[in-house]
Write a protein that binds this ligand. Sequence first.
Ligand code: AMP
Ligand code: MN
Ligand code: MN
Ligand code: MN
Length: 276
Amino acid sequence: MNVDLHCHSTASDGALSPGDVVRRAAAQGVEVLALTDHDQLEGLQEAREAAHEAGIAFVDGVEISVSWRGLTLHVVGLGVNVRNAALRTGLERVRSGRLERAREMGRSLERAGISGGLEGALALAQNPTMVSRTHFARYLARSGRVATTKDAFRHYLVPGKPGYVPHRWAQLADALRWIGDARGRAVLAHPGRYSLSAAAMESLLAEFRAAGGSAIEVVSGSHSQDQYALFGALAAQHGLAASRGSDFHAPDEGAELGSLPALDHRLRAVWADWEV
Ligand code: AMP
Ligand code: MN
Ligand code: MN
Ligand code: MN
């Protein structure tokens, strides 16, 4: 079964509308899709309706930004009740401050000699309260400051670079509680992206599991082949299920919907007990 449980629409930093993401997924052969916009549930209704029309199974999802030991982690919630008050209020709190951070990023890029960053990023964001580093990256690439959005991150938008502004996101325990309250499953997104030592990864996975986490992404658009094996083994060791998600954002950025290898059949898939 082709299952893709991580992707983005214009409700956060994706380039396609929620309906277009779903239709593209169906055309790519995806049979079960979760839309997981950052800190935001806005796109889910449109996506759910489009999935119904396209005849594919749909899972309500969200990707929550978390601060943990000074790092930013992402936790995906799957099958969440979108009407749950704890989740809705929590996400609202996580979202607040994004626009102010973007202003600060704009000022900090100005100091590095790059003008118009804030306006450029806002012009590419459908919703100004969801403006993200991705919108800055697209602006930097389109205005010719860098060749690709990847280069924009490498040179400007990651810790230690001039356009990077740290931010306080949700606490890990809070994010897991909101997802649990909304009857969802919590999945640690793209663990290979966090550059943690083996010991720090062990303690993150132990803490994640103890606080109610269900699964980790094993097959992810951010992972190499070697990392599929590494995180498959870590999932099994920690009694966590495994997930598969492209983290699709746009047709010309990163992995395509439904295109990654299947999960190793020896792993327990996070969707194994779903009725879809
Ligand atoms: P923000 O939530 O504003 O900090 O933006 C985070 C988003 O930036 C992530 O969800 C990714 O879509 C994107 N991103 C982060 N790091 C990179 C990277 N190194 N290369 C490409 N995209 C990235
Ligand atoms: Mn993103
Ligand atoms: Mn992410
Ligand atoms: Mn994502």
